[in-house]
Write a protein that binds this ligand. Structure first.
Ligand code: PSU
Ligand code: MN
Length: 305
């Protein structure tokens, strides 16, 4: 049963065996989504928040030819600090394993690991989606397809407004992925709470979300759920400043020919600099908030089972 390419670290394996709640965390946010040392501090804080909430954290990454479900401190440090860490989505996974590189997993890569380990909840910042300009670039994140096949509930602050949010919601619908606004009727736009777009469904408690997960998988529906949890009001960035920074970032990316897997990290870095660090501060707060809610959902789901 155990897959030789998947290494489940012992605290995580123990929790899973005992039916205790586990929350998966991604590592691309550490290696490519935030600058050092904010990335490492955030990664450690997220693991601590999961523990405080009564669950076991499982940060997912790739090293030495295996997907690691749970990271030791030295691996987290290497992911945060080393140059040349791979950004691994589904299309990169088998190559990264065969070449035994050190790699950070995106939402799609993390979903592969979480599903292998049968972890039901994964908390992150924002998922990838349909990029603006898709008509000419065809840039649609592998996160969406992976969400349609991995049996994992993903808690995110919606999707970054560097994306085309209406088209992202359309693709989620096409793939049949339940999108649930957590205490909101509006799809959140990552750095800010509002996008002007409705979410198809709403839940107001972790228990309600757990019941939807239970129904989804008891029915035998393949695939995950997206829980869209807005950034707390107190941490929300100034929508105008974010909008201006995003537009300047997209312009710079197009002038410099930045595309493909380096586009999202480029935009995050650009927006952080353009907002004088305000977007990074918002990013850190929203991920923490998602991890708190994700942990509550994992606890409620474990109780239900
Ligand atoms: N959101 C963030 N920081 C990140 C990402 C999203 O605030 O680093 C990462 C996630 O790992 C997500 C990935 O899966 O970006 C999507 O990349 P792409 O657009 O290349 O599919
Ligand atoms: Mn892409």
């Amino acid at each position: 049963m155990a897959n030789p390419l998947v290494h489940i670290h012992s605290p995580v394996a123990d929790a899973l065996r005992n039916g205790e709640p586990v929350v998966a965390l991604e590592s691309t946010i550490v290696a490519h989504g935030m600058p050092y040392p904010a990335n490492l501090e955030t990664a450690k804080k997220l693991e601590a928040l999961v523990r405080e909430g009564g669950a076991v954290p499982a940060t997912v990454a790739v090293a030495n030819g295996q997907i690691h479900i749970g990271c030791e401190a030295d691996m987290l440090h290497a992911l945060a600090k080393e140059d040349g860490v791979w950004k691994i989505s589904r299309r990169d996974m088998s190559v990264a394993l065969a070449k035994r590189v050190l790699g950070a997993t995106t939402v799609s890569g993390t979903l592969i690991g979480a599903a292998q380990a049968e972890i039901s909840v994964f908390a992150t910042g924002g998922i990838g989606g349909v990029h603006r300009g898709v008509a000419s670039t065809w840039d649609i994140s592998a996160d969406l397809a992976e969400l349609s096949s991995a049996d994992v509930a993903v808690v995110s602050a919606g999707a970054k407004s560097i994306l085309d949010l209406p088209k992202t919601l359309e693709v989620l619908e096409s793939f049949g992925i339940p999108v649930i606004g957590y205490r909101t009727d509006e799809f959140p736009a990552f750095f800010t709470r509002e996008s002007g777009l409705e979410v198809p469904h709403r839940c107001d408690t972790p228990e309600e979300v757990a019941a939807v997960m239970h129904a989804n998988w008891t029915l035998g529906q393949q695939g995950g759920l997206l829980v869209a949890n807005p950034i707390p009001l107190s941490a929300s960035a100034d929508p105008k400043a974010i909008k201006t920074a995003i537009e300047a970032g997209l312009q710079a990316a197009s002038e410099q020919g930045v595309e493909g897997k380096v586009l999202t990290p480029f935009l995050l870095r650009f927006i952080n600099e353009a907002t004088g660090g305000a977007s990074l501060a918002a990013n850190r707060e929203l991920v923490k908030n998602n991890v708190r809610v994700g942990t509550e959902i994992a606890v409620a789901y474990a109780a239900l089972r």
